[in-house]
Design a protein around this ligand. Structure first.
Ligand SMILES: [Zn+2]
Length: 287
C-alpha cells in the first residue's frame, strides 16, 4: 500500500470512529450499499434465519404494499428508483412493530396489523419507516458499531475497485441485528416529521399515527404492573421512544399545516377491518 493510500485509510478510520452518525454516511457510503445491505437482511428473513418467519400470504402483502405505494407518491421521497420499497410481512402476533432495513426493505409484523384499527394509522407507520430509510438512519447507527469493518471494506474497495458483491459473505452477518437496532431520539423526531410530510400526499389523515401513540399509551397504562420486556410492545418500545412529546409534536405539525379535525372517512377504518379480517384473520399461521 503506498503512502497516499495509507493516509487515506487512516483518515477514513478516524472519521468513522469519531463520527458515528452523520456526514460520513452521507458522503462516504454509496447509496447502493444501503440497498445491498438491506437485500442481505431480506434474504436472511426469507430463508427463515434469526427467528424470522415470513408470512407467505401474497394478498395480504399486496394490500399492505398498496398502502405503502400511496405514501411513496410523496415528492419528498428521493430514493424511489434506488430503493425497492418492498413490504414483507413477518408472522409473529406477539410483536407490535414495523422496521425498515436500509435500502427500503420494510418489515411489518402481524402483531402490528392486529393491533392497529385503520389504514391511515398503518400508512402513518409506513411513512415513518420510509423516512428512516430515506435518511439512512440505520446505516448511521450501524456505522458506529461496525466502523472498523466498513473502514477496512472501503479501503479494500478503494484498492481493489468497488465490487460490492465480492464482500457479500461478511456483510450478511452484520445485517442480522438490524431488527433490534434502536434509533436515536433525533432520528425518531426526524422520521416523524418527514413521515408527516409524506402523509400529506395520501388520501389519509396526516395526523393518524398519533392515534397509534395514544393507543399504545392506553395499552401501557392498562399493563402498567407488567414487566415491559415480556410484553408484545416491548420490542416496539425498545426501538421507538414513546412519550407525550410525539403526540404533542404531531399536534403542532397539524396546526402549522392548517389541517383541522379529521373526517372519519380519511381513516379507512372499515376497509382495514374487512381486509385484515379476511386476509389475516382467516390465514393466521399460514406459512
Ligand atoms: Zn422509528
Amino acid at each position: 500500500m503506498n503512502s497516499r493510500r495509507f493516509a487515506f485509510s487512516s483518515v477514513l478510520c478516524l472519521g468513522l470512529f469519531f463520527n458515528s452518525c452523520g456526514w460520513v454516511v452521507e458522503t462516504a457510503f454509496p447509496i447502493s450499499l444501503d440497498e445491498f445491505l438491506g437485500k442481505q437482511f431480506y434474504d436472511a428473513a426469507v430463508q427463515g434465519k434469526e427467528g424470522m418467519h415470513v408470512l407467505r400470504n401474497e394478498r395480504l402483502r399486496t394490500y399492505v404494499q398498496d398502502v405503502a405505494s400511496r405514501v411513496l407518491k410523496a415528492k419528498e421521497i428521493r430514493f424511489k428508483q434506488e430503493f425497492p420499497y418492498k413490504v414483507t410481512i413477518l408472522n409473529d402476533d406477539s410483536v407490535i412493530n414495523a422496521v425498515c432495513a436500509p435500502g427500503g426493505y420494510i418489515f411489518v409484523y402481524t402483531g402490528l396489523l392486529h393491533f392497529i384499527k385503520d389504514e391511515a394509522t398503518l400508512a402513518g407507520i409506513l411513512a415513518h419507516e420510509i423516512a428512516h430509510a430515506e435518511k439512512r438512519h440505520s446505516m448511521k447507527q450501524l456505522s458506529s458499531s461496525i466502523a472498523t469493518y466498513f473502514a477496512i471494506y472501503l479501503v479494500l474497495a478503494y484498492v481493489l475497485g468497488p465490487d460490492l458483491a465480492q464482500h457479500a459473505s461478511g456483510m450478511a452477518s452484520i445485517s442480522s441485528n438490524l431488527l433490534s437496532l434502536a434509533n436515536s431520539r433525533g432520528a425518531e423526531e426526524e422520521a416523524d416529521a418527514l413521515g408527516f410530510q409524506y402523509m400529506r400526499a395520501t388520501p389519509y389523515y396526516p395526523g393518524a399515527s398519533a392515534n397509534f401513540f395514544r393507543e399504545i399509551k392506553r395499552w401501557r397504562q392498562k399493563h402498567s404492573g407488567d414487566k415491559e420486556d415480556s410484553l408484545p410492545l416491548g420490542k416496539y418500545l425498545s426501538t421507538h421512544p414513546m412519550d407525550d412529546d410525539r403526540i404533542a409534536d404531531n399536534e403542532k405539525r397539524l396546526k402549522a399545516a392548517g389541517i383541522g379535525e379529521p373526517k372519519p372517512e380519511s381513516f379507512f377504518r372499515e376497509r382495514y377491518r374487512q381486509k385484515i379480517g379476511a386476509l389475516l384473520g382467516d390465514t393466521k399461521g399460514e406459512e
